[in-house]
Design a protein around this ligand. Structure first.
Ligand code: GLC
Length: 574
């Protein structure tokens, strides 16, 4: 097995030629990765849905932005019961999005622009339209076709009750009853997410082998790495009697798993046997394919996913869940850098993705975090549990820009979500009739769901769907999208887009080593650190302007005030 050695601490990415950067097996360690949610990025054929050709047409934009890699959310055939995370066929492109030939063309264009490609892979569950699931429904109880999923008899006299009282992540029971081929009410299948997402049975060798085939299929087509969806859920211990909901929520750990790995379906120790096999496949390639786990597990157990013998990297969602607070940020950064050192992985940082309220909006709400906007008293600008308050758009954006600049200076890979480079806010007021997220429907509208961060991007200040395509947009775009459009920001001094472009370019030049040293600031509201080579970042989390340390200011997230760093701002110096 090839060992992955860290970059020499003195090498700066800027000293590597483009060809060396592409061939570098460590390219991912400090990469800026831009997440594309393909159905909402750019629509080339005017059907209201973003597509692969739309992405290819925007490669020059991505190149100017200065990212190192694209992470493509699912683009596979799907009925979109969960935004594409319900996959009908793991080795094809959704005909609504294009063809395999379009995919190859996109991969080539990205590579020619020096951009790597990371594909989202969804191993925990297929869709209920996958040929395996259709075969399971048509086959008798106990058949090999049923063994690819998790079927159980129901409880109660006639099997009319679900095998356990577990809830699915999107609300409602985690079991769905089927009708047997002879028309009688039958067995139940497990689905941790929507009922259209039946969980695969990872103790079945056939399932494991099929995924190895899928990994090779995309790696052979030039995919450089994989983002592994709910990586902590694959293996299950369903020894009966199944634990009750009450037992599973002990210490409030239902959604994460138990610290000792004994939860029946989250974060079990034996899940890593799967990733050890995947690693062997990744290492068949040169450079080895990379992987990053989406694993919402205890911080103490994350390292297992990030091991070089496993996936190699795991998302840490700590900053994404934190308040805009100097103390919280410092503790999270320190702890995660130390953890990364232990495993040999590099840290990952992220503020926004397709599952959470955009950070420009979170930071404009009263302190207190939450994954989703909730509706209360007719107002949608509320996080679950937060007191009623209006969104402060200006403050939110200001803090988001400061936080992002700080993140881009921290060692590790930075994950950016499409639209954050425009400073986009969450769209909170999507009419119920136009919502798509199963989380909204299964929770009977209590949870607004994730559609608000998935609204198609505005490219132009006016015109049909703000330049997203020649037709409409599959989720409604509000009028205020106009002022966030790429066209409005491109070349405009101090625009958020210009800030991202400058920061990403500078980051590539300044990045060296993986060390960070905290410097004394004398204030609990100011964070100051340096990186090898003299690169420094200062963030003022407080509410008044402060003096900057000595050095040349390279970039700041908001204009300096008489040479001082304003409140809610970050500056880079050397
Ligand atoms: C992950 C995805 C999310 C999806 C879920 C089920 O958490 O990020 O969008 O709904 O998995 O696949």
């Amino acid at each position: 097995m090839k060992r992955i050695t860290p970059l020499p601490t003195t090498a700066t990415l800027a000293t590597l030629s483009e060809a060396d950067r592409q061939a570098d097996p460590n390219w991912w360690r400090q990469a800026a990765v831009y997440q594309i949610y393909p159905r909402s990025f750019a629509d080339s054929n005017g059907d209201g849905l973003g597509d692969i050709k739309g992405i290819t047409a925007k490669v020059p934009y991505l190149q100017t932005l200065g990212i190192d890699a694209v992470w493509l959310s699912p683009f596979y055939p799907s009925a979109l019961a969960d935004g594409g995370y319900d996959v009908d066929d793991y080795r094809d492109v959704d005909p609504k999005l294009g063809t395999l030939a379009d995919f190859d063309e996109m991969a080539k264009a990205l590579h020619e622009a020096g951009i790597k490609l990371i594909a989202d892979i969804v191993p925990n569950h297929s869709s209920n339209r996958h040929k395996w699931f259709l075969e399971a429904l048509a086959s008798p109880k106990g058949s090999p076709a049923r063994e690819r999923y998790i079927f159980r008899d129901g409880l109660g006299e006639n099997g009319e009750l679900p095998p356990s009282d577990w809830d699915s992540v999107f609300g409602g029971p985690a079991w769905e009853r089927i009708t047997e081929p002879d028309g009688t009410p039958g067995q139940w299948y497990m689905h941790i997410f929507a009922k259209e997402q039946p969980d695969l049975n990872w103790s079945n060798r056939e399932v494991r082998d099929d995924f190895l085939k899928t990994l090779r299929f995309w790696s052979d087509r030039g995919v450089d790495g994989f983002r592994v969806d709910v990586a902590h859920a694959l293996t299950k211990d369903l020894t009966e009697p199944l634990l009750s909901k009450l037992e599973l929520t002990r210490e409030g750990q239902l959604e994460d798993g138990f610290e000792d790995g004994s939860h029946p379906f989250w974060d079990r120790d034996d899940v890593h046997d799967i990733y050890a096999e995947w690693r062997e496949v990744f290492n068949e390639y040169d450079p080895p394919r990379t992987a990053v786990a989406e694993a919402w597990v205890h911080a103490t157990r994350r390292a297992r996913y990030a091991s070089p013998e496993g996936l190699g990297q795991a998302f840490n969602f700590d900053l994404l869940q934190a308040n805009f607070d100097a103390g919280e940020f410092r503790e999270i950064i320190t702890r995660n850098l130390a953890e990364a050192k232990e495993t040999g992985a590099s840290s990952t940082w992220v503020f926004s993705n397709h599952d959470v309220v955009r950070h420009a909006t979170r930071y404009g709400l009263p302190q207190g975090t939450g994954k989703h906007l909730a509706k209360q008293d007719g107002k949608a600008w509320l996080l679950a549990g937060a007191p009623a308050a209006e969104l402060d758009v200006e403050l939110g954006l200001r803090r988001a820009r400061a936080a992002t600049l700080l993140m881009l200076a921290v060692p590790g890979s930075a994950y950016l979500y499409q639209g954050e480079e425009l400073g986009l806010q969450e769209v909170a007021d999507i009419p119920d009739s136009e919502r798509q997220d199963p989380a909204f429907f299964r929770n009977k509208g209590v949870e607004v769901g994730r559609d608000g961060c998935r609204v198609p991007l505005p490219w132009k200040v006016e015109g049909t769907s703000f330049g997203f395509g020649d037709g409409g947009a599959h989720l409604p775009q509000p009028d205020w999208f106009s002022k966030y459009a790429v066209e409005a920001q491109d070349g405009t001094d101090n625009s958020t887009l210009e800030l991202y472009c400058k920061a990403l370019k500078l980051r590539r030049e300044l990045q060296s080593g993986e060390e960070l040293e905290w410097l004394e600031t004398g204030s609990p509201d100011i964070l100051h650190f340096s990186r090898p080579g003299g690169w420094q970042s200062v963030t003022n989390f407080g509410d008044s302007a402060v003096d900057l340390p000595a050095g040349t200011v390279l970039l700041s997230s908001s204009p300096l005030q008489d040479g001082k760093l304003p409140a809610n701002s970050t500056a880079w110096l050397r």
